[in-house]
Design a binder for this molecule. Structure first.
Ligand code: NAD
Ligand code: 0WE
Length: 257
C-alpha cells in the first residue's frame, strides 16, 4: 500500500533537517520514491545539497515561489530528468517578521500581498505546473501544510492565519478543478513543531506547552508523524481522499474548555 517505487515527486519547503518537508521527503525516499527537492536561494543551497546526499539520485533545483520563471524551469527540469511526476509536497510559507508581532490591525498591504503570494498562491502555480505531467501518469496527489490559525485566532499568527485560510480554500478549489483528471489535493494541519519557521517566534515554547497540557494526546507532534500522514495522502491508501484538511495535532483542534 505504501510503496512509492517507480514514483517521482517534487518537494518544496526544505530549509534544513528540521523542516517538515524534509521529514516527508525522507519517508517517501525510504519507500522508493525518486525526488526533486528545491531550495529557496543560494543561502539554503549548501544545506539542502548536503541533506540530499542521502537520497537516491535526487534532482536539486532552485525555487523562489514568487518567481514564475523559476517555477517554469522546475517543471522543465523534472520533465527532462524524470519524464513524469506523481506527487507534489508544498511546504513554503512566509510572512514578514513585523507582521507576526505587530497588532493584526496594523497588517500592511505589502505584508498581506507577500504572505498570501508565498503561502497560498504558490500552491495554485505549482498545481498548474504539475497537472499535465500527472495527467499523463493517470493522476497524481498534492499535499500542502497548514495550521489551525486559519480557523481560530492565535496571538501573533496574524496575517499567516489569513494566508492559511486562503490556502485551505485553495485546496478545495484545486481539488474540484483537478479531480476529474484524478489529481487529488489535500492539506495536513500540523500541530506546532520547533522548526526554522518557528524559531524566533516569541512565546513559541509557551504554545508547545499549551498543546502538551490541553491536547487529547497530552503531547506535541513530531515531523515524522506529519510525514506518515503525508505518505497516506500521497499514496494509494489515500486514493479516495481529496479536498481534505487532515488534522495531525494530537487532537488539539477538538478541545474547547
Ligand atoms: P521551515 O522553515 O523548515 O519551512 C518553511 C519553508 O518555506 C522553508 O524551506 C523556506 O525556504 C520556504 N519558503 C519561504 N519563502 C519561500 C519562497 N519565496 N519560495 C520558496 N520557498 C519559500 O518550517 P516548517 O515548519 O517545516 O514549515 C513548513 C510548512 O509547515 C509551512 O507551510 C508552515 O506554515 C507549515 N506548518 C508549520 C508548523 C510548525 O509549527 N512548524 C505547524 C503547522 C504548519
Ligand atoms: O506557519 C507557521 C509559521 C510560518 C512563518 C514563520 C516565520 C518566522 C520567521 C511564516 N513567516 C515567518 N517569517 C519570519 O520572518 N507556523 C504554523 C508556526 C507558528 O508560527 C506562529 C505560531 C505558530 C504555531 C506565530 C505566532 C503564533 C503561533
Amino acid at each position: 500500500m505504501n510503496d512509492f517505487t517507480g514514483k517521482t515527486g517534487l518537494i518544496v519547503g526544505v530549509a534544513n533537517k528540521r523542516s517538515i518537508a524534509w521529514a516527508i521527503a525522507q519517508a517517501l525516499a525510504a519507500r522508493g520514491a525518486r525526488l526533486a527537492v528545491t531550495y529557496q536561494g543560494e543561502r539554503l543551497e549548501e544545506n539542502v545539497r548536503e541533506l540530499c546526499a542521502s537520497l537516491q539520485d535526487p534532482l536539486l533545483l532552485p525555487l523562489d515561489v514568487t518567481d514564475d520563471g523559476q517555477i517554469a524551469r522546475v517543471f522543465e527540469a523534472i520533465e527532462r530528468g524524470f519524464g513524469g511526476l506523481d506527487f507534489v509536497v508544498h511546504g513554503a510559507a512566509f510572512a514578514p517578521r513585523e507582521e507576526l508581532s505587530a497588532p493584526f490591525v496594523e497588517t500592511t498591504r505589502e505584508g498581506f500581498r507577500l504572505s498570501l503570494d508565498i503561502s497560498a498562491y504558490s500552491l495554485i502555480a505549482l498545481a498548474r505546473g504539475a497537472a499535465p505531467m500527472m495527467e499523463k501518469r493517470g493522476g497524481g496527489s498534492i499535499v500542502t501544510l497548514t495550521y489551525l490559525g486559519s480557523q481560530r485566532v492565535f496571538q501573533n499568527y496574524n496575517v499567516m492565519g489569513v494566508a492559511k485560510a486562503a490556502l485551505e480554500a485553495t485546496v478545495r478549489y484545486l481539488a474540484a478543478d483537478l479531480g476529474p483528471r484524478n489529481i487529488r489535493v489535500n492539506a495536513i494541519s500540523a500541530g506546532p513543531i520547533k522548526t526554522l519557521a518557528a524559531s524566533g517566534i516569541s512565546g513559541f515554547s509557551g504554545i508547545l506547552q499549551h498543546y502538551r497540557d490541553r491536547a487529547p494526546l497530552r503531547r506535541t507532534i513530531e515531523t515524522a508523524e506529519v510525514a506518515d500522514a503525508a505518505v497516506f495522502l500521497l499514496g494509494p491508501a489515500g486514493r479516495a481522499v481529496t479536498a481534505e484538511v487532515l488534522m495531525v495535532d494530537g487532537g488539539f483542534h477538538a478541545t474547547g474548555m
